[in-house]
Every structure is written in C-alpha cells, then in structure tokens.
Design a binder for this molecule. Structure first.
Ligand code: GAR
Length: 197
C-alpha cells in the first residue's frame, strides 16, 4: 500500500478548496496524502462536508484564548495528537505567528487568490480589479512568518475581463485554485515521502 502523508486542513468558511483536496485524496488512486483532520477557528460552513465524509473536525475558536500563543498551542497539540505531518490552509483567515510557523517549517502550505507577490492580503481579488491589471490568478506556497511570502509552489493565471465583477472573477480563480491546490498537495506529499525536504 502506498504511504500516505497524514494531513490536516484549516478553514474559516465555505471550504471549497478543502472539498477539492478531500475528493482528490479519496478519488485518485495512490494519492500520496490523506485528510485526517479539519480544524476551523469558528463554526465554518465547510465543516459539514468534512463531517459527511467521516473526517474528524475540531473547532478551535481564537476568541476563547487570551492570546495568540495559547490559541496556537492548542492547535499544535491537536496536530500532534492526531499524528499530522502536513497542514493545508484553505481560506483560513487567521494569521499564524512565527511560533507555530517555525514549529511546522515546510509543513504548512496555503492557497492565495492572486499571482503572488502581487496582491497579498485579505482582498486580493478586489485589489487586482481595482489595479486595472489584465491578469491575475492564484498561487500555492509554503507558509512563512511573513504573510503570503513563502516559497511559491504553483501558480495559475486567469485573465481579467472588462465585464468582471469581484464575484465573477473570484469564481473563475476558484476553479483554478482547486486544480493547483490538488496538484500541490500531491507534489509536497510525494516530496515528504521521498525525504526531499
Ligand atoms: C479562496 O479563494 C482562497 O484562495 C482565499 O479564500 C478563499 C476560500 O475559499 N484565501 C485567502 O484569501 C487567503 N489570504 P474556500 O473556503 O471555498 O476554499
């Protein structure tokens, strides 16, 4: 049987990227990762899908901790308890501090809806539209202490149309996100199995 990297996904909302990753792990033969845990910082919509797939879910609300370190220690303990080897951020709208990021160096990946290093931050699609640029896209990257700045793994370009609204553009980018995030998880998991990093 193929070795599978035990993976957790962190979400804050809809979880469509999470869903794409869960489906790829289940449907693609010999996929080198499995999703064992979904953590949300609130009662996120995406948790329902994870539960329907019998994946363990856990809400760790940042609001009940007195500081970021306590919140992240709880997350870290949950990852260790579940023997997690790799974390995928999928619309997780909390900034992780250097403490957690360094503990999980090269073991946390993220998807962002722009061609990084352009349009970092929480409003990447709107910012690309406002900048009147002709193209944007999405990026997968390793997470480092500096937000949206770690080593880029994959990117996909999306043309911006004159008629685009934030919603229509975000929708076309999302289709590409699902593709590159699935490919990224596969590449990173294979590299962990092969001890490349
Ligand atoms: C995605 O577009 C993702 O790239 C973005 O949030 C959305 C989550 O959608 N993430 C960021 O903007 C991170 N800075 P999803 O919950 O359907 O996967």
């Amino acid at each position: 049987m193929t070795e599978k990297i035990r993976t957790a996904i962190f979400i804050s909302g809809r979880g469509s990227n999470m869903q794409a990753l869960i489906n790829a792990c289940k449907e693609e033969e010999n996929f080198p990762a499995e999703i064992n845990l979904v953590i949300a910082n609130k009662n996120a919509m995406g948790l329902h899908f994870a539960e329907s797939q019998s994946i363990k879910t856990k809400i760790i609300s940042h609001e009940i901790f007195k500081n970021r370190l306590d919140f992240e220690q709880e997350i870290h303990q949950e990852l260790v308890k579940n023997n997690i080897q790799l974390v995928c951020l999928a619309g997780f709208m909390r900034i992780l501090s250097p403490w957690l990021v360094e503990k999980w160096e090269k073991r946390i990946i993220n998807i962002h809806p722009s061609l990084l290093p352009k349009f970092k931050g929480a409003n990447a699609v709107r910012d690309a539209l406002l900048a009147k640029t002709k193209k944007t896209g999405c990026t997968t990257h390793f997470v480092t202490a500096e937000v949206d700045s770690g080593l880029i793994i994959k990117q996909s370009e999306v043309a911006i149309l004159n008629t685009d609204t934030e919603e229509s553009l975000a929708k076309r980018i999302l289709t590409q996100e699902h593709l590159i995030y699935t490919e990224t998880l596969k590449i990173v998991a294979e590299n962990i199995i092969n001890n490349n990093f």
